[in-house]
Design a binder for this molecule. Structure first.
Ligand code: MN
Length: 491
């Protein structure tokens, strides 16, 4: 399902105390608020007003329906008044969808002349929200609290960002990952417990033979390759005359896409150590599949493949870009400390500053023919890098704020796509923190998804979240990790 197809159900908390007229007014206002927010164009998904709930049964019913309907990606509650919270307990205990407590009220202002007890009865969120907040705290519910006036830009942005994170949850819970070959031999950080990941995050991670991919490649027709070559020509500059090599990448892409689509997989991994029967490591092929929204991980890294797909799903329709990335090398000149990110081949062109070039160069590792790949520079701007690691018994999501820059040198002999950035709080402190937390060399780099969205996603998924920011210190992080380790062992 695409972003626009998802709905968030707007559930109003109330009670019978103030009579039917108040309830009718509130129901009308809630529908009006939902319409207005939808028409604002600021939200990625639709808000659907469902019910003004006065009883435990109404709440249990709407929760049951929300759990059941795939189109519902979460519920948003608003308490215009005091909605006694014991009637919410049974529904909340059963809720399986993301939940946002929207602390707002219909009126922006307190009307000096008109305010009377009728006005007060309609606008009692100030204490209704506290009763509502208590029960979610008491039940230890994963939730997002958004407070402010429902027409304010900042509030709508927060709500929209949370919706995208919740869509990331829905996407994750049905994500299938196709592995071609195993993880790179002896590598630890790309490993993980696939059973735990499926139980926690929903991912189905399975393997398919490289031989089946080769058979599928052999069945690809020249007409299919011609069509994809036309698409490459429309999207990229050809900086090579070796069209046969580019056509071979097209053949690989078409075959991989056929297998992914047949199984409903939105992410895949492969490894240069298992390309039996293939002439080239997929480069351009994997890059273009990522541009289409598929997640990818190199060297069998199915965790980063899945995370790339999830961040792409969360940022659908946004234009900053999201890519599989690897920390490659450093520039350690004082005052100019930068990381250079790249990969053997496979960086997604969605992050490119200019039109990518198709080039053909030999590959330093492996024993295959020189592959075609897209070469470009990443653009400048604020971004995050994200790494999911398996700590044994739990998953930890590490997120670092970064500032991407136009690469400070041309690097004319570097035959791969590259992105240069300044890690927060600075290269060496940020690096110390990253290593202390156990973050991988593979990451997802995104200009669109924010750290707050990843925090929301991790909370909804009930996994550990570590954020390295401009204010992070090594001492502070070590302290947090120590406490977090204790807490997660108790959970
Ligand atoms: Mn790698």
């Amino acid at each position: 399902m695409s972003m626009k197809q998802y709905e968030f159900w707007f559930v109003v908390g109330s009670q019978f105390l103030y009579g039917p007229e108040v309830l009718e007014t509130v129901a009308r206002r809630a529908a009006e608020m939902a319409d207005w927010m939808n028409q604002s164009g600021k939200l990625p998904c639709k808000v659907v007003y469902k019910v003004t709930a006065k009883t435990q049964q109404e709440i249990a019913d709407v929760v049951r329906e929300a759990n059941y309907q795939p189109v519902c990606a979460g519920i948003i509650t608003w308490c215009h008044t005091f909605s006694p919270s014991k009637m919410w307990i049974n529904g909340f205990v059963d809720l399986q969808k993301p939940y946002c407590h929207f602390a707002t009220q219909y009126n922006r202002e307190i009307p000096n002349e008109e305010i009377d007890m009728d006005f007060m009865n309609l606008n009692q969120a100030a204490h209704g929200d506290r009763e509502h907040g208590f029960i979610a705290a008491r039940l230890r519910m994963p939730r997002k609290v958004i407070a402010g006036y429902w027409q304010d830009e900042k509030v709508l942005r927060q709500l929209g960002d949370w919706m995208r994170a919740a869509v990331g949850v829905a996407f994750s819970r049905q994500l299938k990952v196709m592995r071609f070959g195993d993880n790179m031999r002896e590598v630890a950080v790309t490993e993980g417990d696939k059973v735990e990941v499926q139980a926690k995050l929903g991912w189905q991670v399975n393997t398919w033979p490289v031989g089946t991919l080769v058979e599928t490649m052999n069945a690809v027709t020249d007409v299919e390759i011609d069509e994809l070559m036309n698409l490459y020509r429309a999207s990229y500059d050809f900086a090579t005359d070796d069209l046969e090599t580019v056509r071979y990448q097209a053949r690989e892409e078409i075959a991989m896409k056929k297998m992914l689509d047949k199984e409903g997989c939105m992410a895949f991994s492969n490894t240069f150590q298992d390309l039996y029967g293939m002439k080239q490591l997929p480069g351009l092929a994997s890059q273009h599949l990522m541009a289409l929204g598929y997640g990818y991980g190199g060297e069998g890294d199915w965790k980063v493949a899945a995370m790339t797909a999830i961040l792409k799903a969360m940022s659908e329709g946004q234009t900053g870009g999201t890519a599989f990335m690897e920390d490659y090398t450093y520039h350690l000149v004082e005052g100019q400390e930068y990381s250079l990110g790249a990969h053997m081949l496979e960086v997604c062109p969605s992050v490119a500053a200019e039109k990518p070039r198709i080039e053909v160069h030999p590959l330093g590792i492996g024993d295959r023919e020189p592959p075609a790949r897209l070469v470009f520079e990443g653009h400048a701007g604020k971004a995050i890098v994200v790494s999911l690691i398996d700590m044994g018994g739990r998953l930890r999501l590490i997120c670092q704020d970064i500032e991407c820059v136009k690469p400070i040198m041309d690097m004319p002999n570097l035959p791969v796509a590259r992105v240069m950035w300044r890690a927060m709080p600075d290269l060496t402190t940020g690096l110390t923190c990253w290593i202390t937390a156990g973050g991988a060399h593979h990451t997802v780099l995104s200009y669109d998804v924010t750290a707050e969205q990843m925090r929301d996603w991790a909370r909804m998924m009930d996994i550990e979240f570590v954020h390295i920011t401009k204010d992070t210190t090594v001492e502070g992080l070590e302290h947090d990790l120590f406490l977090s380790d204790l807490a997660w062992k108790l959970k």
